[in-house]
Design a protein around this ligand. Sequence first.
Ligand code: ACO
Length: 312
Amino acid sequence: EMSEQERAFQDRIDRGEKIEPKEWMPEGYRKTLIRQIGQHAHSEIVGQLPEGNWITRAPTLERKAILLAKVQDEAGHGLYLYSAAETLGVSRDELLELLHNGKMKYSSIFNYPTLNWADIGTVGWLVDGAAIMNQVQLQKTSYGPYSRAMIRICKEESFHQRQGYDILLKMCLQGTAEQKEMAQDAMNRFWYPALMMFGPSDKDSVHSAQSMQWKIKINTNDELRQKFVDQTVPQAEYLGLTIPDANLKWNEEKGGYDFSEPDWDEFFEVINGNGPCNAERMEARVTAWEDGAWFRDGLMAHAKKQEARRAS
Ligand code: ACO
């Protein structure tokens, strides 16, 4: 059973107190946070790849400036999160190594390709929309640095979602028939992968029970998936897009939509490295890391020189 120290820790959590970096915490709590925050940080920077791919092909100067700013924001989110993880005693270099050698995960969604401009709108709308749905509750997470990072990230994330929806408003309400078709095609490809972002169904979620007891997670995967569907359906209707699910139906009794589950076999394939773009994403990350070695070396050499100067 729980030790006295663990009991006291759980009492603090139950009272809604935040846990701060240098305070005592169970090893499992620390490990779970490093896993979740690290995976979250990796998702932010790997998430730059599918959209970064479209910066040079944005249709107007304005769209290009917006997309550039958004993709830069994602790098910033990665930095806040790596910094939050570092307060738990793991370095950013260690985390990146675990990403690069495949021992740590990043969000499944970024292993799908972005094929056309409507995909960029859809990623902003659905992917950032799902990300916010998950992150709003994480603002209340029990670990102080993670919770504070989430507050800032959520503000920026809502701008990201709106820029995506705005692309689709233009294509669907003012665009040509072909543009509307592109938007529907993007919707057809991204709907189920977006639902997968919330993780496996509750019965298959290995970490949820403990993470919720520690208030690392506030809601279950299925609760957030349901909220996301309920929020998204009217937005799709406004755009005149059809959600690719014949079973989607308002359920008066539960006050939410009934909907089809994603293909969980596909989900597990993707998180185990076998999705459409896993190899490409990892190659891009590892190449960027290797290409940056000369710069990191230069920074270290400069810091050493400065330190030697101060010492003399
Ligand atoms: N993509 C990749 N891996 C996933 C996903 C997903 N969408 N969902 C679950 N997993 C993994 C879990 O990491 C876990 O694997 P592990 O034990 O090897 O780490 C396994 O599947 C089982 O899932 P759960 O027990 O449900 O895991 P957990 O309690 O961590 O819940 C969740 C998953 C909801 C993603 C949680 O980790 C979380 O809220 N993370 C923070 C948010 C986040 O990472 N967002 C990134 C995408 S948004 C963006 O970056 C724009």
